[in-house]
Write a protein that binds this ligand. Structure first.
Ligand code: SER
Length: 715
């Protein structure tokens, strides 16, 4: 078998399946269009709608073939300790949606392995799912001897991307690296944890749609999803012992050697650090190129953790200056031909990484001294447990994340009291909450209504702007009370909870409604509405005249013009998001938004300033959609159905089983609880008044994000 570079293998794979009738398809973003997944972790993720027959592949193709960038971090602590595990890897795949199936796929996999790659047939081993006799027969017909085929259970040979969605039994192909790689056990066989049998290709027979209740519904057609780990097959084709010695990763290990003076293979601890630097620099580069920014939650936290881990291992090998950008340049050079987006966003990626690394350096310098002192103290006292309070102080004062303290302590044989740490965190949250409650931004404390036992307020404002309601609770912002009256003058700060209300409470970036609540004896002007955690809608009002009692029957009326002004801005925001994606690309994701009666702000992920030409195009598209007079429809539906429609959701947002979907004739479809116009023509017109980068240091968004303010002209 001949040496093949990573790039050659990738190209041979894609052209082989192209010749079989598959359409060559680009890798999708690492941010999946699927709120159930944090990151794209397999080639099949972007094809879920095709497996579910919600989308059809155009003729004459029989399937698709991709090289997909993937990130998997479920085993982040193992990465670096073995030669096989990577946080970032490329998956070569081919996918059939009801066209070819097992027989063709196994024959092609065999032909590609033995003839295109030239792997010796006697080194190949095949596993199948327990009762899959059919696949055993297929492998045998292709000439595979019986003792090279074995059956494995669900853990190895049944594949699913997550708890639900397309899945099925699979057959895996292994390469026997030779006895010298093995564990020596007489039971050593494909599936063993040692390095002898290396699994390089997984063929999934995607036949089922896994349901939330754990059952499997057969898919209308039988499909194929295959995945070959590019770095693993490269190791085989390059005759090296681990992924880290293949061309692409070895060049990164080489940069690490140059930066630190360490020599790969000379020392186990240094090797671990060099591997972590090489692997993590790839994942962070690709993640940032796809619009992920370091943060304290979700995928942003995964990125931050990987980046900091790489930075720390460099420091452990003696580098005292920021260095990650140098690794990033090599990542870009080695992958830019297949992933041109890397070079395209080159300066941006380096800026984000440089800023995060510099921030981290400050954290680590301050925290390391303290932590080392703590560890010294423990050693002197012959103790091995770092107190929860100490771990908490490191976190609270020096921003030392729990994972980092744990990792550093473990290196010195010290354990940390995690429970104690969490207890301190809870105490701190309670302290912060108590502070907040003393005076929250709207002037009243949520706890004021914490003792109410009435049913939560029923919101009726999607269908009507007026309701006959009963007063459930009243407060003057200090205590609950049974009645409030005006003196000589109107009384401000009167809080009213109703049994039902048409008033929209400030939520999901949309400002609250204004209006009036009136009764035989009173007039209340509503200035703000908030929903408490227990579901009470608290109307902050000015009591303009009269007296109001708990139990009064009142009429609540939303100011229609004001509501419409907010609705115009909200629907315009949906158009804006769709137009931004059309003009700038699919990496655009909502990072925050706010709409009130006069303006909409929309924060989103993008790599550079939006050019004036792009802004003009975005604005024109939104106005075109307004002039096209498109219908806006709102439907409640089960979350699964909404996903099938391709509705855009906010990642990390918890959605219930039934969701509300706002659709603009299929051009824009979003999960949304807000209030909207019925037809885009009601928006009237749209103008972008400003566009800027959100200030650096604003943690929630980080550098590089943009804000577009877009106030529709109201009349
Ligand atoms: N989805 C399967 C895997 O990730 C095959 O592509 O292994």
């Amino acid at each position: 078998m001949e040496y093949m570079s990573t790039a050659e293998i990738r190209e041979k794979y894609l052209s082989y399946f192209e010749a079989k009738g598959c359409k060559r398809w680009p890798s999708s973003s690492l941010i999946p269009d699927d709120p159930s997944l944090l990151l794209t972790s397999a080639g099949m993720v972007q094809f879920k709608p095709y497996f579910l027959q919600q989308k059809q592949l155009e003729a004459p193709y029989v399937g698709t073939t991709t090289a997909q960038k993937c990130v998997r971090t479920n085993d982040i602590d193992i990465i670096g300790t073995t030669g096989r595990h990577l946080s970032f890897f490329e998956m070569l795949g081919n996918f059939s949606f009801g066209a070819y199936f097992k027989k063709e796929m196994c024959a092609w996999a065999y032909e590609f392995s033995t003839e295109v790659l030239g792997l010796p047939a006697e080194r190949l081993y095949f596993t199948v799912y327990l009762d899959d006799d059919e696949t055993i027969e297929i492998w045998k017909d292709l000439g595979v001897p019986e003792d090279h085929i074995s059956r494995l259970g669900e853990e190895d040979n049944f594949w699913r991307a997550g708890p639900t969605g397309p899945c099925g039994p699979c057959s895996e192909i292994y390469y026997d690296q030779g006895e010298e790689f093995g564990c020596g056990s007489p039971d050593c066989a494909p599936g063993c944890d040692c390095d002898r049998f290396l699994e390089y290709w997984n063929l999934v027979f995607t036949q089922y749609d896994g349901q939330e209740d754990g059952s499997f519904v057969p898919l209308p057609k039988k499909n194929i999803d295959t995945g070959m780990g590019l770095e693993r097959i490269a190791a085989i084709m390059q005759g090296v012992q681990s992924n880290y010695e293949t061309d692409v990763l070895r060049s990164l290990v080489g940069v690490g050697e140059r930066l630190t003076g360490a020599v790969y293979g000379a020392d186990a601890d240094a090797d671990l650090s060099l591997r972590i630097m090489a692997d993590h620099s790839r994942s962070v580069t690709f993640m940032i190129a796809d619009g992920i920014l370091p943060s304290n939650e979700g995928r942003g936290y995964v990125l931050r953790r990987l980046l900091r881990r790489a930075a720390r291992h460099g420091r452990m090998l003696g580098i005292s200056r920021p260095f990650l950008v140098e690794l990033v340049e090599t990542v870009i050079q080695s992958s830019e031909s297949a992933y041109p987006e890397l070079r395209e966003h080159d300066a941006y990626i380096k800026k984000v990484i440089g800023t995060e690394e510099a921030n981290f350096a400050r954290t680590i310098d301050a925290g390391m001294n303290i932590l080392n002192n703590m560890i010294d103290g423990l050693e002197k006292a012959h103790e091995h447990l770092l107190k929860g309070l100490d771990v908490f102080k490191l976190n609270d004062t020096f921003g030392f994340p729990l994972d980092l303290t744990k990792e550093i302590a473990a290196e010195q044989g010290i354990e940390i009291d995690e429970e104690g740490f969490h207890a301190e965190m809870t105490k701190q949250k309670e302290r912060a909450r108590a502070e907040r409650l003393k005076k929250n931004i709207s002037g009243w404390s949520e706890d004021l209504f914490g003792t109410l036992t009435a049913e939560p307020t029923e919101f009726v404002g999607y269908d009507t702007l007026k309701s006959d309601s009963v007063v459930v609770a009243l407060s003057d912002e200090e205590t609950l009370t049974d009645a409030i009256a005006t003196d000589e003058q109107a009384k401000e700060g009167v809080l009213v909870v109703l049994d039902k209300t048409p008033f929209y409470a400030e939520m999901g970036g949309q400002a609250a409604d204004h209006g009036v609540i009136t009764g035989a004896e009173c007039v209340l002007r509503v200035q703000d509405v908030k929903k408490t955690p227990k579901g009470y809608y608290v109307h902050t009002c000015t009591l303009e005249s009269g007296i109001v009692h708990v139990g009064d029957h009142l009429t609540a009326r939303v100011d229609k013009e004001y509501r419409m002004a907010i609705a115009r801005n909200h629907t315009a925001t949906h158009l804006l998001q769709a137009a931004l994606r059309e003009v700038l690309g699919d990496h655009v994701h909502q990072a925050g938004s706010y709409q009130d009666a006069s303006i909409t702000h929309f924060d989103f992920t993008h790599f550079s300033a939006v050019t004036p030409e792009e802004l003009v195009r975005v604005q024109k598209i939104v106005n075109d959609k307004i002039f096209e007079s498109m219908n806006v429809t709102v439907k409640e539906m089960p979350i699964e159905e909404a996903k099938k429609l391709g509705a855009r959701a906010l990642f990390g947002e918890k959605y219930g089983k039934v969701v509300r979907v706002v659709d603009i004739e299929g051009w824009s479809t979003e999960f949304c609880g807000g209030t909207h116009v019925k037809n885009t023509a009601q928006i009237g017109g749209f103008k972008i008044v400003s566009e800027s980068s959100v200030a650096a240091g604003r943690r929630r968004h980080g550098p590089g994000l943009l804000r577009a303010g877009a106030p529709p002209r109201l009349r």
